[in-house]
Design a protein around this ligand. Structure first.
Ligand code: ZN
Length: 108
């Protein structure tokens, strides 16, 4: 059996196909949820909301990292004994990457 004609939409499917594009299941011989139609719409929304969360999370980490670095650097610079300051580049890098991925995900 090289090909299978879908009884629902008459699309020719490969013999190895188990579900047609329209959602017809050759295995169950019944209509199933049209897979990519519904999932694409859901994942599109998921992707957008996830991208928005990434942008917010990234911005927060980036901001906190900057504030930590500036605050601790300022404290160290004004201290006569030198003191220590934290370069909070960890959160900043994480924030920048997350922010970038969020922007890329929302636009792409
Ligand atoms: Zn079909």
């Amino acid at each position: 059996m090289a090909t299978r004609r879908c009884p629902s939409c008459n699309l020719i499917n490969p013999g190895s196909a188990t579900v047609c594009d329209c959602g017809w299941s050759f295995v169950e011989q019944a209509m199933t949820e049209p897979r990519h139609l519904s999932n694409d719409r859901e994942s599109e929304e998921d992707r957008r909301s996830q991208a928005s969360r990434q942008i917010v999370t990234g911005a927060i980490f980036l901001g906190v990292g900057l504030i930590l670095t500036v605050a601790t650097f300022g404290a160290a610079a004004s201290s006569p004994s030198g003191g220590t300051y934290i370069l909070a580049y960890g959160p900043m890098i994480y924030g920048a990457i997350t922010l970038f991925r969020g922007v890329a995900g929302r636009n792409g």
